[in-house]
Write a new protein. Structure first.
Length: 432
């Protein structure tokens, strides 16, 4: 009995001694001397005692370091060496993390340190040349692992990973490839798609989201926009020309695709149903609302999220369009393959591989990691929410929390009181 007590107490002693030693050195001194760190800049913060941004050297291909390296941008906001740490597995660029006002819900709720990692191939973490072969989920997971291993030497307490949308997908990917790195994972609104045009989103939008009455209002608005095509096209063309939008197909088809995109965008962004103009409204009122929700910017030939487009076709999957209610009014007859043909970079020769989907599903089915999934009830991405209900009798940790009528902005604070308390109490217990 004495031996069993001695080992945990000894571990606690060394942990406390380590934290005490850290406290005698500055946060910046410890970061800047980590292997792989360069170009560190001190930043201001409204919420943390200290903050910095630096670049961390990573192999382009973790399986073959001879392929070269790139530098990945990392933001660290410091509360204390004795505090837990939240790792944001950003799915896109992380430029917003540099603002003094930047914070994170979990870091705020549990008063943790905060690490934000910009995803490879986005913004300042983009290799040159941009070889798409190395933009893989596995490489992105190893990126996060390497940064965690380096920073764990400074922050020895518990770690919690989180991300929103594609960042939520990245949280799931990281936990799947490195199940023992994080003590807790909380993906927000992260889809788990099984094909480039998964098929479940269309069913959700046509038959499941909200009420039949609300779905009818959305569908009738789309039909009205198509019926008024002749009057709308001059405004549509002017809108695109003023912003120098370029597309890979004609404006008639881009108009069609924008109308087809409307319901997904409407429910994803949580647009109130009463903001949709009546069918007798003026052309200008209809058009202005339409553009505010489903801008053709999304279908531009080149965009700031080209790397996401490559990943979607390659491993992450996406959604298609249901054209049945609108077929009589469309200039396009079959939208299948639209995503790759319209927005994936022409130099990216990629096709969908279901291996990642199967790997994540297999992990979530067989294992029981400490994970809480946050979703919005009306968010179309919830159509492909991670299914953690499989064999739940053997699961003590994982569960899903839905914000009633929630959109893609669902978070813990928007949950009903009882469910919010369950989430917070569970994470508090796990952090002990």
């Amino acid at each position: 009995m004495k031996k069993r007590l001695f080992l945990p107490l000894l571990a606690l002693f060394f942990a406390l001694s380590s934290v005490s030693a850290f406290a005698q050195k500055s946060f910046i001194d410890l970061i800047v001397h980590l292997p792989g760190v360069s170009n560190l800049t001190v930043l201001a913060s409204d919420h943390f005692a200290d903050k910095c941004v630096f670049f961390f050297e990573q192999p382009l291909d973790h399986k073959d370091p001879s392929k070269g390296v790139f530098k990945q941008r990392v933001f660290v906001s410091h509360r204390g060496f004795e505090r837990p740490t939240v790792l944001v597995t950003e799915g896109y660029g992380a430029g917003g993390a540099g603002a003094a006002r930047h914070n994170n819900e979990l870091a705020d709720l549990f008063q943790t340190n905060l690490v934000v990692v910009e995803h490879r191939y986005f913004l300042e973490s983009t290799p040159s040349p941009r070889n798409w072969d190395y933009l893989t989920a596995e490489n992105s997971a190893i990126d996060l692992h390497n940064i965690y291993v380096a920073l764990k030497t400074i922050y020895p307490r518990k770690w919690m990973s989180t991300g929103v949308s594609k960042g939520g997908q990245t949280t799931m990917i990281y936990r799947t490839f490195f199940p023992n790195d994080m003590d807790i994972s909380v993906p927000y609104v992260g889809p788990l798609n099984r094909d480039i045009e998964d098929g479940r989103h269309e069913i959700f939008l046509r038959h499941k989201v909200s009420t039949p009455q609300d779905r009818a209002i959305v569908e009738n608005f789309q039909i009205e926009m198509l019926k008024r095509r002749t009057k709308m096209m001059s405004m549509f063309a002017a809108h695109c020309n003023e912003r120098n939008f370029t597309f890979r197909t004609n404006l008639d088809e881009i108009y069609d695709y924008s109308v087809l995109e409307y319901p997904f965008a409407h429910w994803q962004y949580g647009t109130p149903i009463d903001r949709i103009p009546s069918l007798t409204a003026s052309d200008e009122d209809l058009f202005n609302h339409f553009i505010s929700v489903a801008s053709p910017r999304y279908f531009q030939d080149k965009s700031s999220i080209e790397s996401f487009n490559v990943q979607a076709v390659k491993e992450l999957g996406y959604y298609g369009y249901d054209i049945e209610p609108f077929a009589a009014y469309l200039s396009i007859k079959n939208p299948k393959g639209y995503f790759k043909s319209l927005v994936v970079p022409k130099d990216a020769d990629v096709s969908f591989d279901i291996t990642l989907y199967n790997k994540i599903c297999d992990f979530l089915t067989k294992e029981d990691p400490r994970m809480i999934f946050i979703y919005g009830e009306y968010d179309p991405w919830s159509a492909t929410a991670a299914d953690v209900s499989v064999d739940m009798k053997n699961k003590r940790n994982m569960f899903t929390a839905y914000v009633p009528q929630g959109s893609h902005s669902a978070n813990i604070r928007r949950l009903p009181d009882a469910l919010q308390k369950r989430v917070i109490d569970t994470i508090t217990r796990w952090l002990e």
